[in-house]
Design a protein around this ligand. Structure first.
Ligand SMILES: [Mg+2]
Length: 413
Protein backbone atom coordinates (compact mmCIF):
# COMPACT_ATOMS: atom_id res chain seq x y z
CA UNK A 1 0.00 0.00 0.00
CA UNK A 2 2.65 2.45 -1.04
CA UNK A 3 0.09 4.89 -2.43
CA UNK A 4 -0.74 6.22 1.02
CA UNK A 5 0.02 9.84 0.22
CA UNK A 6 1.57 12.39 2.49
CA UNK A 7 -0.10 15.58 1.45
CA UNK A 8 1.28 19.05 1.91
CA UNK A 9 0.23 20.68 5.13
CA UNK A 10 -2.58 23.12 4.54
CA UNK A 11 -4.89 24.74 7.00
CA UNK A 12 -7.26 22.27 8.58
CA UNK A 13 -10.85 23.01 9.36
CA UNK A 14 -12.26 21.94 12.68
CA UNK A 15 -12.76 18.24 12.24
CA UNK A 16 -15.23 17.46 14.98
CA UNK A 17 -18.29 15.49 13.96
CA UNK A 18 -21.42 17.60 13.92
CA UNK A 19 -23.33 17.00 17.13
CA UNK A 20 -20.73 14.79 18.80
CA UNK A 21 -20.37 15.96 22.39
CA UNK A 22 -16.71 15.10 22.91
CA UNK A 23 -15.11 13.12 20.14
CA UNK A 24 -12.00 12.58 22.21
CA UNK A 25 -13.85 10.43 24.69
CA UNK A 26 -14.90 7.16 23.13
CA UNK A 27 -16.26 4.35 25.20
CA UNK A 28 -17.35 0.98 23.91
CA UNK A 29 -21.05 0.56 23.37
CA UNK A 30 -21.48 -2.71 25.17
CA UNK A 31 -24.66 -4.64 24.55
CA UNK A 32 -25.09 -6.80 27.60
CA UNK A 33 -26.24 -10.29 26.71
CA UNK A 34 -29.71 -10.96 28.07
CA UNK A 35 -28.78 -14.48 28.99
CA UNK A 36 -25.26 -14.87 30.28
CA UNK A 37 -23.97 -18.37 29.73
CA UNK A 38 -20.22 -17.93 29.78
CA UNK A 39 -19.50 -21.63 30.08
CA UNK A 40 -21.17 -22.21 26.73
CA UNK A 41 -18.15 -20.85 24.89
CA UNK A 42 -14.78 -22.33 25.75
CA UNK A 43 -12.71 -22.59 22.61
CA UNK A 44 -11.00 -19.80 20.76
CA UNK A 45 -13.40 -19.62 17.85
CA UNK A 46 -16.47 -21.57 18.71
CA UNK A 47 -19.33 -19.42 17.46
CA UNK A 48 -22.23 -21.15 15.75
CA UNK A 49 -24.56 -19.58 13.22
CA UNK A 50 -27.45 -19.45 15.66
CA UNK A 51 -25.42 -17.58 18.29
CA UNK A 52 -24.25 -14.74 16.05
CA UNK A 53 -27.32 -12.57 16.56
CA UNK A 54 -28.36 -10.56 13.56
CA UNK A 55 -25.03 -10.94 11.84
CA UNK A 56 -24.86 -13.64 9.16
CA UNK A 57 -21.58 -15.45 9.94
CA UNK A 58 -21.10 -16.50 6.31
CA UNK A 59 -21.34 -12.88 5.21
CA UNK A 60 -18.99 -11.77 7.98
CA UNK A 61 -16.35 -14.38 7.16
CA UNK A 62 -16.84 -13.48 3.51
CA UNK A 63 -16.07 -9.85 4.26
CA UNK A 64 -12.70 -10.55 5.90
CA UNK A 65 -11.69 -13.36 3.53
CA UNK A 66 -12.65 -11.60 0.30
CA UNK A 67 -10.89 -8.47 1.52
CA UNK A 68 -7.71 -10.51 2.00
CA UNK A 69 -8.12 -12.35 -1.32
CA UNK A 70 -8.48 -9.08 -3.22
CA UNK A 71 -5.56 -7.56 -1.32
CA UNK A 72 -3.48 -10.49 -2.62
CA UNK A 73 -4.99 -10.20 -6.12
CA UNK A 74 -4.03 -6.55 -6.34
CA UNK A 75 -0.60 -6.79 -4.71
CA UNK A 76 1.40 -7.70 -7.86
CA UNK A 77 -0.19 -4.87 -9.87
CA UNK A 78 -0.24 -2.11 -7.25
CA UNK A 79 0.16 1.25 -9.00
CA UNK A 80 1.01 -0.45 -12.33
CA UNK A 81 -0.43 1.24 -15.45
CA UNK A 82 -3.25 -0.77 -17.01
CA UNK A 83 -1.37 -1.01 -20.32
CA UNK A 84 1.49 -2.72 -18.51
CA UNK A 85 -0.93 -5.01 -16.67
CA UNK A 86 -2.46 -6.03 -20.03
CA UNK A 87 0.97 -6.61 -21.55
CA UNK A 88 1.87 -9.04 -18.79
CA UNK A 89 -1.47 -10.73 -18.09
CA UNK A 90 -3.41 -10.37 -21.36
CA UNK A 91 -6.21 -8.14 -22.60
CA UNK A 92 -8.42 -8.93 -19.60
CA UNK A 93 -5.75 -7.84 -17.14
CA UNK A 94 -5.07 -9.96 -14.09
CA UNK A 95 -7.58 -12.84 -13.83
CA UNK A 96 -6.41 -14.65 -10.72
CA UNK A 97 -3.99 -14.76 -7.83
CA UNK A 98 -0.33 -14.70 -8.78
CA UNK A 99 1.18 -17.07 -6.26
CA UNK A 100 4.85 -17.08 -5.45
CA UNK A 101 6.99 -20.17 -5.96
CA UNK A 102 5.56 -21.79 -2.83
CA UNK A 103 2.05 -21.55 -4.30
CA UNK A 104 0.93 -18.87 -1.83
CA UNK A 105 -0.76 -15.60 -2.83
CA UNK A 106 0.70 -12.97 -0.49
CA UNK A 107 -1.45 -10.50 1.43
CA UNK A 108 -0.15 -6.98 2.17
CA UNK A 109 -0.25 -4.41 4.96
CA UNK A 110 -3.98 -3.88 4.31
CA UNK A 111 -4.85 -7.33 5.63
CA UNK A 112 -2.16 -7.24 8.31
CA UNK A 113 -3.57 -4.02 9.76
CA UNK A 114 -7.18 -5.24 9.45
CA UNK A 115 -6.23 -8.14 11.72
CA UNK A 116 -4.80 -5.70 14.29
CA UNK A 117 -7.95 -3.54 14.12
CA UNK A 118 -9.97 -6.66 14.83
CA UNK A 119 -7.77 -7.67 17.74
CA UNK A 120 -7.99 -4.19 19.26
CA UNK A 121 -11.78 -4.07 19.12
CA UNK A 122 -12.10 -7.50 20.71
CA UNK A 123 -9.65 -6.57 23.48
CA UNK A 124 -11.43 -3.30 24.31
CA UNK A 125 -14.86 -4.91 24.24
CA UNK A 126 -13.78 -7.88 26.36
CA UNK A 127 -12.06 -5.58 28.86
CA UNK A 128 -15.22 -3.50 29.10
CA UNK A 129 -17.18 -6.64 29.95
CA UNK A 130 -14.63 -7.82 32.52
CA UNK A 131 -13.74 -4.54 34.21
CA UNK A 132 -16.64 -2.22 33.40
CA UNK A 133 -14.52 0.20 31.40
CA UNK A 134 -11.93 0.33 28.66
CA UNK A 135 -10.48 2.78 26.17
CA UNK A 136 -11.04 1.50 22.65
CA UNK A 137 -8.96 4.25 21.10
CA UNK A 138 -5.94 3.36 23.24
CA UNK A 139 -6.45 -0.35 22.56
CA UNK A 140 -6.46 0.36 18.83
CA UNK A 141 -3.38 2.55 19.09
CA UNK A 142 -1.51 -0.20 20.92
CA UNK A 143 -2.62 -2.81 18.41
CA UNK A 144 -1.20 -0.66 15.61
CA UNK A 145 1.98 -0.25 17.65
CA UNK A 146 2.23 -4.05 17.72
CA UNK A 147 1.80 -4.03 13.94
CA UNK A 148 4.59 -1.42 13.76
CA UNK A 149 6.76 -3.83 15.77
CA UNK A 150 6.10 -6.54 13.16
CA UNK A 151 7.51 -4.11 10.60
CA UNK A 152 10.90 -4.15 12.31
CA UNK A 153 10.62 -1.42 14.95
CA UNK A 154 11.94 -2.65 18.34
CA UNK A 155 9.14 -2.90 20.93
CA UNK A 156 10.76 -0.39 23.29
CA UNK A 157 10.55 2.17 20.48
CA UNK A 158 7.11 1.14 19.26
CA UNK A 159 5.18 0.66 22.54
CA UNK A 160 4.86 4.35 23.48
CA UNK A 161 5.57 6.10 26.78
CA UNK A 162 2.46 4.82 28.63
CA UNK A 163 3.19 1.16 28.05
CA UNK A 164 6.12 -0.37 29.90
CA UNK A 165 5.62 -4.01 28.96
CA UNK A 166 8.84 -5.78 28.06
CA UNK A 167 7.30 -7.64 25.15
CA UNK A 168 4.14 -7.14 23.09
CA UNK A 169 1.24 -9.42 24.00
CA UNK A 170 -1.71 -10.95 22.19
CA UNK A 171 -1.97 -14.00 19.97
CA UNK A 172 -1.11 -12.22 16.72
CA UNK A 173 2.43 -11.77 18.07
CA UNK A 174 2.71 -15.55 17.83
CA UNK A 175 2.09 -15.55 14.07
CA UNK A 176 5.56 -15.38 12.45
CA UNK A 177 4.12 -14.77 8.97
CA UNK A 178 2.85 -11.37 10.16
CA UNK A 179 6.41 -10.20 10.74
CA UNK A 180 6.83 -9.22 7.09
CA UNK A 181 6.99 -5.85 5.40
CA UNK A 182 4.50 -5.70 2.57
CA UNK A 183 4.87 -2.16 1.23
CA UNK A 184 3.43 -0.43 4.31
CA UNK A 185 2.03 3.05 3.79
CA UNK A 186 4.33 5.88 4.78
CA UNK A 187 1.63 7.81 6.64
CA UNK A 188 0.77 4.85 8.86
CA UNK A 189 4.40 4.05 9.48
CA UNK A 190 5.46 7.56 10.46
CA UNK A 191 2.34 8.38 12.48
CA UNK A 192 2.82 5.23 14.53
CA UNK A 193 6.55 5.80 14.94
CA UNK A 194 5.64 9.27 16.18
CA UNK A 195 3.29 7.78 18.77
CA UNK A 196 6.11 5.50 19.90
CA UNK A 197 8.18 8.59 20.69
CA UNK A 198 5.61 11.06 22.00
CA UNK A 199 2.48 9.13 23.02
CA UNK A 200 0.37 11.62 21.02
CA UNK A 201 -2.73 10.01 19.59
CA UNK A 202 -4.35 11.29 16.44
CA UNK A 203 -8.01 12.17 16.95
CA UNK A 204 -10.72 14.10 15.11
CA UNK A 205 -9.57 17.25 16.87
CA UNK A 206 -5.90 16.49 17.58
CA UNK A 207 -4.45 16.24 14.10
CA UNK A 208 -1.09 14.67 13.28
CA UNK A 209 -0.90 15.45 9.57
CA UNK A 210 -3.16 16.37 6.66
CA UNK A 211 -3.14 12.92 5.06
CA UNK A 212 -6.16 11.41 3.38
CA UNK A 213 -4.27 8.32 2.21
CA UNK A 214 -6.25 5.11 1.89
CA UNK A 215 -4.37 3.53 4.82
CA UNK A 216 -7.29 4.40 7.12
CA UNK A 217 -10.16 2.91 5.16
CA UNK A 218 -8.34 -0.26 4.11
CA UNK A 219 -8.16 -1.59 7.69
CA UNK A 220 -11.54 -0.48 9.10
CA UNK A 221 -13.94 -3.33 8.23
CA UNK A 222 -13.90 -4.98 11.71
CA UNK A 223 -15.58 -1.87 13.16
CA UNK A 224 -18.73 -3.13 11.43
CA UNK A 225 -19.36 -5.49 14.34
CA UNK A 226 -18.71 -3.01 17.16
CA UNK A 227 -22.32 -2.09 17.84
CA UNK A 228 -25.89 -2.55 16.67
CA UNK A 229 -26.00 1.24 16.28
CA UNK A 230 -24.75 2.46 12.86
CA UNK A 231 -23.72 5.83 14.34
CA UNK A 232 -21.43 4.09 16.84
CA UNK A 233 -20.04 1.85 14.09
CA UNK A 234 -19.27 4.87 11.91
CA UNK A 235 -17.56 6.70 14.76
CA UNK A 236 -15.41 3.74 15.75
CA UNK A 237 -14.43 3.07 12.13
CA UNK A 238 -13.47 6.71 11.63
CA UNK A 239 -11.64 6.77 14.99
CA UNK A 240 -9.39 3.86 13.99
CA UNK A 241 -8.38 5.72 10.81
CA UNK A 242 -7.91 9.08 12.55
CA UNK A 243 -5.14 7.55 14.66
CA UNK A 244 -2.92 7.92 11.61
CA UNK A 245 -4.81 10.02 9.02
CA UNK A 246 -6.00 13.47 10.07
CA UNK A 247 -7.82 14.70 6.93
CA UNK A 248 -11.57 13.96 6.94
CA UNK A 249 -11.22 12.13 3.61
CA UNK A 250 -8.67 9.92 5.35
CA UNK A 251 -10.97 8.88 8.20
CA UNK A 252 -14.57 9.38 7.05
CA UNK A 253 -14.34 6.69 4.32
CA UNK A 254 -13.33 4.29 7.11
CA UNK A 255 -16.53 5.07 8.98
CA UNK A 256 -18.45 4.76 5.72
CA UNK A 257 -16.98 1.35 4.95
CA UNK A 258 -17.72 0.11 8.47
CA UNK A 259 -21.38 1.14 8.22
CA UNK A 260 -21.75 -0.40 4.76
CA UNK A 261 -20.33 -3.72 5.96
CA UNK A 262 -22.49 -3.43 9.11
CA UNK A 263 -25.58 -3.21 6.87
CA UNK A 264 -24.51 -5.95 4.46
CA UNK A 265 -23.62 -8.58 7.08
CA UNK A 266 -27.10 -8.12 8.52
CA UNK A 267 -28.62 -9.07 5.17
CA UNK A 268 -28.92 -5.62 3.63
CA UNK A 269 -28.50 -4.84 -0.07
CA UNK A 270 -25.89 -2.52 -1.56
CA UNK A 271 -28.61 0.14 -1.86
CA UNK A 272 -29.41 -0.30 1.85
CA UNK A 273 -25.70 -0.05 2.67
CA UNK A 274 -25.26 3.14 0.66
CA UNK A 275 -28.32 4.71 2.27
CA UNK A 276 -27.10 3.83 5.77
CA UNK A 277 -23.64 5.16 4.97
CA UNK A 278 -24.94 8.47 3.58
CA UNK A 279 -27.17 8.98 6.61
CA UNK A 280 -24.07 8.86 8.83
CA UNK A 281 -21.71 10.76 6.52
CA UNK A 282 -23.96 13.82 6.42
CA UNK A 283 -23.54 14.23 10.20
CA UNK A 284 -19.80 14.86 9.90
CA UNK A 285 -17.84 17.95 9.00
CA UNK A 286 -15.77 17.55 5.88
CA UNK A 287 -17.86 14.76 4.36
CA UNK A 288 -18.29 16.44 0.95
CA UNK A 289 -15.39 14.74 -0.86
CA UNK A 290 -16.39 11.31 0.38
CA UNK A 291 -20.06 11.88 -0.44
CA UNK A 292 -19.16 13.12 -3.93
CA UNK A 293 -16.92 10.10 -4.50
CA UNK A 294 -19.80 7.77 -3.62
CA UNK A 295 -22.11 9.70 -5.96
CA UNK A 296 -19.55 9.31 -8.75
CA UNK A 297 -19.41 5.56 -8.20
CA UNK A 298 -23.17 5.21 -8.31
CA UNK A 299 -23.39 7.39 -11.43
CA UNK A 300 -20.67 5.47 -13.25
CA UNK A 301 -22.24 2.12 -12.41
CA UNK A 302 -25.23 3.13 -14.54
CA UNK A 303 -23.04 3.69 -17.60
CA UNK A 304 -22.59 0.21 -19.00
CA UNK A 305 -20.11 -2.58 -18.43
CA UNK A 306 -17.08 -1.85 -16.24
CA UNK A 307 -13.65 -1.23 -17.78
CA UNK A 308 -10.31 -0.23 -16.24
CA UNK A 309 -10.59 3.09 -18.09
CA UNK A 310 -13.96 3.79 -16.45
CA UNK A 311 -12.50 2.87 -13.05
CA UNK A 312 -9.70 5.34 -13.75
CA UNK A 313 -12.18 8.22 -14.01
CA UNK A 314 -12.93 7.74 -10.29
CA UNK A 315 -9.29 8.32 -9.32
CA UNK A 316 -6.38 6.17 -8.27
CA UNK A 317 -7.64 4.73 -5.01
CA UNK A 318 -4.58 5.95 -3.14
CA UNK A 319 -6.69 8.34 -1.07
CA UNK A 320 -9.54 7.39 1.18
CA UNK A 321 -12.49 8.64 -0.81
CA UNK A 322 -11.38 7.18 -4.15
CA UNK A 323 -10.45 3.81 -2.63
CA UNK A 324 -14.00 3.69 -1.32
CA UNK A 325 -15.59 4.85 -4.58
CA UNK A 326 -13.67 2.34 -6.74
CA UNK A 327 -14.65 -0.44 -4.33
CA UNK A 328 -18.30 0.60 -4.36
CA UNK A 329 -18.29 0.97 -8.15
CA UNK A 330 -16.85 -2.53 -8.62
CA UNK A 331 -19.57 -3.92 -6.37
CA UNK A 332 -22.38 -2.03 -8.12
CA UNK A 333 -21.18 -2.72 -11.68
CA UNK A 334 -21.07 -6.52 -11.30
CA UNK A 335 -23.35 -9.25 -10.04
CA UNK A 336 -20.72 -11.71 -8.91
CA UNK A 337 -18.20 -11.52 -6.07
CA UNK A 338 -15.14 -12.61 -8.06
CA UNK A 339 -15.98 -10.38 -11.02
CA UNK A 340 -16.22 -7.44 -8.61
CA UNK A 341 -12.79 -8.23 -7.14
CA UNK A 342 -11.20 -8.28 -10.62
CA UNK A 343 -12.82 -4.95 -11.54
CA UNK A 344 -11.58 -3.49 -8.27
CA UNK A 345 -7.91 -4.34 -8.91
CA UNK A 346 -7.50 -3.95 -12.71
CA UNK A 347 -6.66 -0.26 -13.08
CA UNK A 348 -3.72 2.14 -12.90
CA UNK A 349 -4.08 2.82 -9.19
CA UNK A 350 -3.60 1.35 -5.72
CA UNK A 351 -4.91 -2.10 -6.61
CA UNK A 352 -4.36 -3.96 -3.34
CA UNK A 353 -6.19 -1.34 -1.28
CA UNK A 354 -9.10 -0.83 -3.69
CA UNK A 355 -9.32 -4.61 -3.83
CA UNK A 356 -9.23 -5.02 -0.06
CA UNK A 357 -12.04 -2.50 0.45
CA UNK A 358 -14.12 -3.99 -2.37
CA UNK A 359 -13.58 -7.47 -0.93
CA UNK A 360 -14.85 -6.31 2.46
CA UNK A 361 -18.04 -5.10 0.74
CA UNK A 362 -18.79 -7.91 -1.70
CA UNK A 363 -17.73 -10.60 0.76
CA UNK A 364 -20.34 -9.18 3.13
CA UNK A 365 -22.87 -9.06 0.29
CA UNK A 366 -22.41 -12.51 -1.25
CA UNK A 367 -20.87 -14.47 1.64
CA UNK A 368 -17.79 -16.67 1.89
CA UNK A 369 -19.19 -19.45 -0.32
CA UNK A 370 -19.07 -17.12 -3.34
CA UNK A 371 -15.28 -16.69 -3.17
CA UNK A 372 -13.37 -18.57 -5.88
CA UNK A 373 -12.12 -21.67 -4.01
CA UNK A 374 -8.76 -21.82 -5.77
CA UNK A 375 -8.02 -18.27 -4.61
CA UNK A 376 -8.96 -19.11 -1.03
CA UNK A 377 -6.78 -22.22 -1.18
CA UNK A 378 -3.77 -20.08 -2.15
CA UNK A 379 -4.43 -17.27 0.33
CA UNK A 380 -1.67 -16.51 2.80
CA UNK A 381 -2.76 -16.52 6.47
CA UNK A 382 -6.21 -17.91 5.61
CA UNK A 383 -6.42 -19.78 8.93
CA UNK A 384 -5.46 -16.66 10.90
CA UNK A 385 -8.09 -14.57 9.09
CA UNK A 386 -10.75 -17.25 9.66
CA UNK A 387 -9.83 -17.50 13.35
CA UNK A 388 -10.06 -13.72 13.77
CA UNK A 389 -13.40 -13.61 11.94
CA UNK A 390 -14.72 -16.29 14.30
CA UNK A 391 -13.37 -14.52 17.39
CA UNK A 392 -15.09 -11.28 16.33
CA UNK A 393 -18.37 -13.13 15.95
CA UNK A 394 -17.89 -14.66 19.39
CA UNK A 395 -17.01 -11.40 21.18
CA UNK A 396 -19.73 -9.36 19.51
CA UNK A 397 -22.33 -12.13 19.53
CA UNK A 398 -25.06 -12.62 22.12
CA UNK A 399 -22.94 -14.87 24.37
CA UNK A 400 -19.40 -13.49 24.44
CA UNK A 401 -16.83 -15.79 26.06
CA UNK A 402 -16.01 -15.14 29.73
CA UNK A 403 -13.50 -17.88 30.42
CA UNK A 404 -9.84 -17.46 31.42
CA UNK A 405 -8.63 -18.66 28.07
CA UNK A 406 -10.42 -15.80 26.35
CA UNK A 407 -8.91 -13.26 28.79
CA UNK A 408 -5.47 -14.66 28.02
CA UNK A 409 -6.08 -14.52 24.29
CA UNK A 410 -7.50 -10.99 24.52
CA UNK A 411 -5.85 -9.23 27.49
CA UNK A 412 -6.55 -5.61 28.47
CA UNK A 413 -5.55 -2.66 26.26
MG1 LIG B 1 -1.10 -2.87 0.80
Amino acid sequence: MAGDQRLSHTDLAVLAPVGAADPDVLQPTVVQPEDRQPAAVQSAHPVQSETAGQVDPRRWRGSLLAGAVADALGAPIESKPIDQIREVFGPGGITGLVPERDGIGRITDDTQMTLFTAEALIRAHAQQRREGSSDVRYSTQLAYQRWLHTQGVPWEKARGPKNLTATPDGWLMGVPALFKRRAPGATCFFALKGYGQTGEMGTFTHTLNNSKGCGGVMRAAPAALWSDDPAAVFEIGAMTAALTHSHPSGYLPAGALAVMVHTLVRGGSLADALAACRAQLFRWNGHEETTAALDAAVDLSGRGAPTPEKVGTLGGGNVGETALSIAVYAALATNDLNAALLVSVNHDGDSDSTGAVCGNLVGALYGEDAIEPTWLAQLELREVIEAMAADLLAEFGPRPPADDRWATRYPKD
